[in-house]
Design a protein around this ligand. Structure first.
Ligand SMILES: [Mg+2]
Length: 175
């Protein structure tokens, strides 16, 4: 069998089906003290403005439990601002260039935690999970909530590579 250790940074610390499935106890158990959220296919329909059911209530719940929470997204600023408003005006970093680590560190600084206490919750292995793992944050992968409608020519091969990787590493049931 071919060793694929070079891809180990694509393996998330935890898998969940949906953001709203993650409990405060789960967050404590993984050692998280602050939360950074991806937008597309994690909290909102890709490239649109509709937030998934239950997400604003989930954000309120984790804030009440004492977790600072913000958005860390590769999307553009105006869109991030609109999604932020729908989530109670939580802070955001747009155009984050995930998987680059610099904005993972900035998010940890903004929320006053060590990078090892920051959990990034997102749906993409090559941006969210790789970025979080390489920065030293906690990585949580949720199942993409929706098909991408915009730029499918970009996403189809990307999702295919994710699926191949997950199957090869025994996570075929997470696709
Ligand atoms: Mg996403």
């Amino acid at each position: 069998m071919i060793s694929r250790t070079y891809d180990k940074d694509l393996i998330p610390n935890r898998f969940f089906d949906k953001l709203v499935d993650i409990t405060v106890e789960d967050l404590h158990n993984m050692g998280a003290k602050a939360i950074a959220l991806d937008i597309d296919n994690t909290v909102a329909v890709d490239s649109f403005y509709k937030v998934f059911d239950g997400v604003p209530a989930w954000v309120d719940m984790v804030k009440k439990a004492g977790f600072p929470v913000m958005i860390l997204t590769n999307t553009w600023t105006a869109r991030a601002r609109i999604i932020s408003r729908k989530l109670g005006n939580i802070p955001f970093i747009a155009k984050a260039e995930k998987p680059d680590g610099k904005n993972f560190y900035r998010a940890a600084d903004m929320m006053g935690v060590d990078i090892s206490e920051l959990v990034l919750i997102g749906d993409q292995l090559f941006t969210d999970i790789r970025g979080a793992n390489n920065a030293g944050a906690i990585s949580v992968r949720v199942r993409p909530m929706h098909k991408e409608y915009v730029l499918p020519i970009h996403y189809i091969p990307l999702r295919h590579r994710e699926h191949v990787f997950l199957r090869e590493h025994g996570f075929g049931d997470k696709i």
